[in-house]
Design a protein around this ligand. Structure first.
Ligand SMILES: *Cc1c(COP(=O)(O)O)cnc(C)c1O
Length: 363
């Protein structure tokens, strides 16, 4: 780690690879010999055109995205997609199924209800979203235009361990907090999207990966900038795109490919998560918040069971060189977000702190 930096466990915007930050720093004043910063250049310039094309090509390569899928860079983050998805994919029967496994999937459902008959077809709200609904709990609508899921529940620390079988109905997944953390079979999804600020780039953009045959039938009311077909035809440049996040997508994917791609990310992420979960399972001072079978490898939630002790644990983080360990208010306790860029050493150091804290406070 570079002198002065700390282990940042933020859920988002979150840690980025130091190698990438250094590269961006080195190029900040003069990008690709253009004599100007990527922050200053026309999005119609040759230099930027090469950047956005490379960002898309890299995404296709690293995620193995088939040719019949479009890759879009859209403003508005994941929340922009909550709104634009029903307008774009829900204009056939105007019915959509939503599986509610946490706060963001609930937010997506609420937004969709403005535009169509959006149905909550399963939820684990009754257990405060500590687990993912199972296949046999899904009350799928035969006439749904799509089924929406949130793949990794950033706040609650759960993740799908199976791909829901939705028959012929396209599956749409919000992968904001797990994109590029491990390989996914894109062909199993009609659409995958992610706000980039969790595992990929600075805030200000969503990536949408959508099957070609699902677009081109947007509702009349759809703003042009959120019409996936128009944006696909314009290669995400109907208007000025979020240039800096796009540039980071290129740098981060370059870096991840150098590091061995998504299979290697999965190996590292599972290794890191295992260090934390193995410790959580080995003692009873801290309790893991999520059900064992649905645990996320990106966001690890835990608590002591005593709010005052949780607060003390969080308060002690700065002295250890950590930040952002406080859990979301909907869960309480602590949350360690351990995205791709979090080194294994950060997780080991966190477990050391947990051990010492437990020894000090165990009754
Ligand atoms: C952070 C997050 C969002 C919200 O993203 P915005 O870009 O802020 O709209 C949505 N879904 C998931 C899973 C997230 O982690």
């Amino acid at each position: 780690m570079i002198e002065g930096r700390i282990y940042n466990f933020s859920a988002g915007p979150s840690i980025l690879p130091e190698e990438v930050l250094l590269k961006a720093q080195a190029e900040l004043l003069n990008c690709e010999g253009s004599g100007m910063s990527v922050l200053e250049m026309s999005h119609r310039s040759k230099v930027f055109d090469d950047i956005i094309k490379a960002a898309e090509a890299n995404m296709r390569k690293i995620m193995n995205i088939p040719d019949n899928y479009k890759v879009l860079f859209l403003q508005g983050g994941a929340s922009g997609v909550f709104a634009s998805l029903p307008m774009n994919l829900g204009n056939k029967n105007k019915v959509a199924d939503y599986i509610v496994s946490g706060n963001f999937s609930g937010g997506a459902l609420k937004e969709a209800k403005k535009y169509l008959d959006a149905r909550e077809i399963a939820t684990t709200k009754d257990v405060n979203f500590t687990r993912i609904p199972r296949q046999d709990e899904l009350k799928l609508s035969p006439d749904a235009d799509y089924v929406h899921v949130c793949w990794n529940n950033t706040i609650f620390g759960t993740k799908y361990q199976y791909i829901p079988d939705t028959g012929d109905v396209p599956l749409v997944a919000d992968m904001s907090s797990s994109i590029l953390s491990e390989p996914v079979d894109v062909t199993k999804f009609g659409m995958i999207y992610a706000g980039v600020q969790k595992n990929l780039a600075p805030a200000g953009m969503a990536i949408v990966i959508v099957r070609e045959d699902l677009i081109g039938n947007a509702m009349q009311i759809t703003p042009k900038i959120w019409d996936y077909k128009i944006m696909a035809d314009k290669e995400s440049m109907l208007n000025t795109p979020p240039c800096f996040p796009i540039y980071f997508v290129k740098l981060v994917t370059d870096y991840l490919m150098e590091q061995g791609g998504l299979a290697e990310m999965k190996r590292r992420n599972e290794e890191k998560a295992k260090i934390l979960y193995d410790y959580l399972d080995s003692q009873d001072f801290f309790k893991a918040a999520a059900a064992k079978e649905d645990r996320s490898i990106m966001n690890v939630t835990f608590r002591t069971g005593d709010e005052a002790l949780d607060a003390e644990f969080v308060k002690g983080q700065a002295a250890r060189g950590f930040s952002n360990l406080k859990g979301h208010r909907l869960v309480g306790g602590m949350r360690a977000s351990i995205y791709n860029a979090m080194p294994k050493e950060g997780v080991i150091a966190l477990v050391e702190y947990m051990k010492e804290f437990a020894a000090e406070h165990q009754k």
